[in-house]
Design a binder for this molecule. Sequence first.
Ligand code: PDD
Length: 296
Amino acid sequence: MANAPEVYVNGRYLPAGEAHVSFFDWGFQFGDGVYEVISSWQGMMFRLDDHLDRLDASMHAARLDPGLDRAQWRDAVVEVTRRSGLRDAGTRIIVSRGAQPPGTSDLRACRPNVFIAASPYLFLGTEEQRVKGIRLMVAHQRGMPADTLDPRYKHISRLQYNLARIEAAEAGYDDVGWLSHDGSVQEAPRSNLFAVRAGVLQTPAAGILHGITRMPFCELAYELGIPVEVRPLTAFDLFVADEVFTCSTSGAALPVREVSGRSVRAAVPGPITRRLQDAYWRIRAEGRHGTPVGPD
Ligand code: PDD
């Protein structure tokens, strides 16, 4: 049973209705901040330390330091989720730049704000899409190059991603992926991308957020004896793939049945997608890589 939602705000647990951000916070005004989404399934949070490592990297690179050590991060994330009473949850952490103290324009003087909230686990894609697959469009706009805004920041400036989503929705597609300026496949707004060709699992090597779900999919492929290629892919690799799927905390593996008008060759979900998907939910159900978040 879900409890009334409480949000962690800078060290305090507040009812959701009282968890406010200042109008002057740079996160609100300019999308200046970083975030994480961590999933719990049957009371077990998945790969908490991997998420906190990624958060730490994003914050360090973005020069955001709210002053919490690892134990405090772990406690706050687990406690918010435990208080929610949800066994299947998505816990979101937002670290925003904060507001400047009056009288200074120095961004280094901002004190970052930390918000953490747990919501019911929300699957990316409808039940029908998880069975029949989605239609993925290759966006006309290119992804951000690493020398502008490295996609490894898990940042909250989502305008570019949201415009691509809107473009895809208007064209009748379910999701969108984009390429880098040199034509390499990057990722989707909320997921990493995988293709399967002649029994080999392929996923882009660079220009992507290092997805926490992408890791176990590669590890599970090794365990299952499925060869993995982590290398640059182009749109052509997606067009000629036997299977394509998106992969994320909220979507696990979401099969793709069409890429920009080209039908994906194998019936959806393809055999390798299905094997990986089953193996993934098995390790989730076994609580591997898990941190208990209750309730018991
Ligand atoms: N999105 N690429 C991008 C741009 C993402 O935003 C995400 C995650 C991923 C997949 O990463 P992970 O496996 O760690 O979820 C890849 C989260 C789920 C979100 O925005 O809600």
